[in-house]
Design a protein around this ligand. Sequence first.
Ligand SMILES: C[S@@+](CC[C@H](N)C(=O)[O-])C[C@H]1O[C@@H](n2cnc3c(N)ncnc32)[C@H](O)[C@@H]1O
Length: 150
Amino acid sequence: MQRLVATLVASKPGGRIAEIGTSYGDGAAAIAAALADGASFVTVEVDPQRAAAARERLARTPAEVLAGDWRDLLPPRAPFDLVFADGGVAYDRVADLLAPGGILVKDDLAPGRPVEGDATREALLRDARLEATEVLVTPAMSCIVAVRRT
Ligand SMILES: C[S@@+](CC[C@H](N)C(=O)[O-])C[C@H]1O[C@@H](n2cnc3c(N)ncnc32)[C@H](O)[C@@H]1O
């Protein structure tokens, strides 16, 4: 997952990059290392202790770590050119964060499940604003990669 996200991040020079769910900053460190020229990066963690640990870990990187709920903190900063959605819920609202052409990556899906009745898949694979597909990352995990059309 980190290599996939880092590769997509590197395709966005000058891009505005966001991560939902920093945890202790493992993924954020990989994103920060892959940022293209002029790109900015903000990552949001709802657990204050994790956010503080991640802020310390990422102090020498361009990452900005915010403590709080992404639903409060990211919409005022949108639009983003890439969002790595790795925590929280309400994925019906996550496409609102994207600029046209912006990429969304949602990981941690169990592969082989139907779209019907799965809130995350329904929200992301059936949103008319998104061109989206599910990608198998390991035998036990898939992700959704989506691009906002307009
Ligand atoms: C799977 S972990 C993130 C892992 C991290 N992205 C990495 O690559 O190391 C999910 C994180 O999302 C956080 N989270 C859950 N709901 C959230 C919300 N509404 N806003 C921000 N963070 C949230 C959790 O506290 C948890 O630390």
